[in-house]
Design a protein around this ligand. Sequence first.
Ligand code: NAD
Ligand code: WQD
Length: 334
Amino acid sequence: MSILITGGTGYIGSHTVVELSKSISDKIIILDNLFNSDFSVIEKLQTITKKNIIFLKSDICDTNFLKHIFTKYKITSVIHFAGLKAVGESVEKPLLYYNNNIVGTISLLNVMKEFNCKKIVFSSSATVYGNPEHLPIKETAKLSTTNPYGYSKLIIENILTDIYNSDPSWSIAILRYFNPIGADKSGIIGENPSGIPNNLMPYIIKVATKQLDSLNIFGNNYDTIDGTGVRDYIHVSDLADGHIKALDYINNNNEIIKINLGTGKGYSVLQLVKTFIKVNNINIPYNIVDRRPGDIASCYANTELAKKVLNWESKKSLQDMCLDSYNFIKYNIV
Ligand code: NAD
Ligand code: WQD
């Protein structure tokens, strides 16, 4: 039996491969076009897992190549991470996002159907909750979104739901991630986007390593504990473990499940920055600037369903997340 991991050299995919290699004996096949990752991750994964991981550089939009993979490796389940994820870029280049994320996913689903492979774990996002009416956010909350990236996730969720409704022999886990940060405790893999980062932790890291002068905190007049935005930061290794539990669940149940993966706790930007400064004993200069358009005040998960259905909950603290994020950079850049 083989499991296909699309986007497996990316940030969350690579951490999930590490957890998978501890828990399954199936052959692990990674497919990635390396648009937002590089081949060195494969060598790093072999070092951490001590396993031979098969890597194929290709695009999920290349349906013929997917058919070749399904024929050659007898794929029995898929964890589907491949996608573009920058909200701002999606507003500037909507067609790129709709093509890559939606057309790519349809290409994958068509091949899965053709080869009677009907088990898929899909990377969705808390972005599908838009500006939530109630906190913590339950899976039953109203769904809405304001940008092409978010629409692409919502549309794929709907496509997967329609597929399940038309053929309940599929097993589908839609996982809605909150804000993943941190890195594998080995310090060998982690997140290091090129250019000026959009997200908070990668930006803090660039300031910590003096590649950028100071952090701009987007607004301190929200209705939150200290006026700065509140988010549910989750350690990427905990998130990866949630995929193992979801895979186990769909291997044993023909169902469609839609589940939040978060910690259930919200921390403000200032709380995160101050924790990072304290645990790493490093200064992070910051300025308060205007709110970032499109940002919401607070977002954190209700985690009851994940506990009940998957028997999963996060374990690592905000301190762990800050230590491990910086540890990865110390190993790889500083
Ligand atoms: P990432 O960019 O690090 O990883 C995605 C990987 O997919 C990259 O290696 C990229 O090269 C690859 N890829 C993109 N398009 C592809 C295509 N057409 N064919 C083959 N490979 C392709 O992102 P990540 O943070 O690991 O996110 C993984 C998934 O989780 C994405 O679908 C993302 O939308 C979703 N997600 C991420 C976050 C987050 O904050 N990181 C939050 C919620 C959801
Ligand atoms: C977190 C907080 C910012 C950068 C995004 C996507 C979402 C999901 C996760 C994929 C907010 C503040 C940030 C900075 C700051 N991705 N901030 N200065 O916006 O919660 O979610 O990533 O699905 O779809 O929208 O994450 O890390 O960008 O921001 O003050 O330089 O940090 O205002 O309060 P966000 P983020």
